[in-house]
Design a protein around this ligand. Structure first.
Ligand code: ADP
Length: 183
């Protein structure tokens, strides 16, 4: 699999906190590295520490978070690089915004994991805080998450291992990259 010099791709991983976005992103990045394909990760938590540090978790701020992330991804992907984005992206309008910015480079992956499993995993201890009301506007608890309407791929992370999810993603993205090249 080779990516042409001109065309990049943005793999937009969305889903609840703890669904597995970062875990699968790390695995696919390593897989790309093995194949000598250059990719870059953009992660919601990381962007919120810097570029988006002035944003909170209201729906307006969440939309602005996504807009800045998508515009950043666009600049990078326009250089022919694969960008792997991990953002909760809770509403359909946020996904539509990212797609509008990224156009045909947008490849939507729903990292699908039931809320109760994410709560059990509670990787960062945030669900516990949200349940005890010490964290406001937390997605799935006190802030909405809409099921995506038409993702390019769904990864069922509660039923499969992270490695199996990465394999599925790699296979689907390879096909997409090949189709971009042929276009
Ligand atoms: P997110 O980035 O969506 O907030 P993380 O990747 O940080 O989620 O955390 C997901 C957790 O779920 C990790 O502890 C990971 O090991 C675990 N996990 C179990 N099965 C899977 C899977 N199939 N895919 C991804 N993560 C998984």
């Amino acid at each position: 699999m080779k990516l042409s010099d001109q065309k990049g791709l943005v793999i937009w991983m969305l889903g609840l906190s703890g669904a597995g976005k970062s875990t699968v992103s790390n695995l696919i990045e390593a897989q790309f590295q093995k194949e000598h394909i250059f990719s870059i990760q953009l992660d919601g938590d990381e962007l919120r520490k810097g570029l988006n540090s002035n944003l909170g978790f209201s729906m307006d701020d969440r939309a602005e978070n996504i807009r800045r992330a998508a515009e950043t991804a666009k600049i990078i992907a326009n250089k022919g690089i694969i960008v792997i984005c991990s953002f909760i992206t809770p509403l359909n309008e946020h996904r539509a915004l990212a797609q509008q910015i990224l156009q045909e480079m947008y490849f939507e992956v729903f990292v699908d994991c039931p809320l109760h499993i994410c709560q059990e995993r509670d990787v960062k201890g945030l669900y516990k805080m949200a349940q005890h009301n010490t964290l406001k506007n937390f997605t799935g608890i006190s802030s909405a998450f809409e099921k995506p309407e038409n993702p390019d791929l769904i990864l069922l992370t509660a039923n499969l291992t992270a490695e199996q999810c990465c394999d599925q993603l790699y296979t689907t993205v390879s096909a997409k990259i090949n189709s971009i090249q042929l276009a």
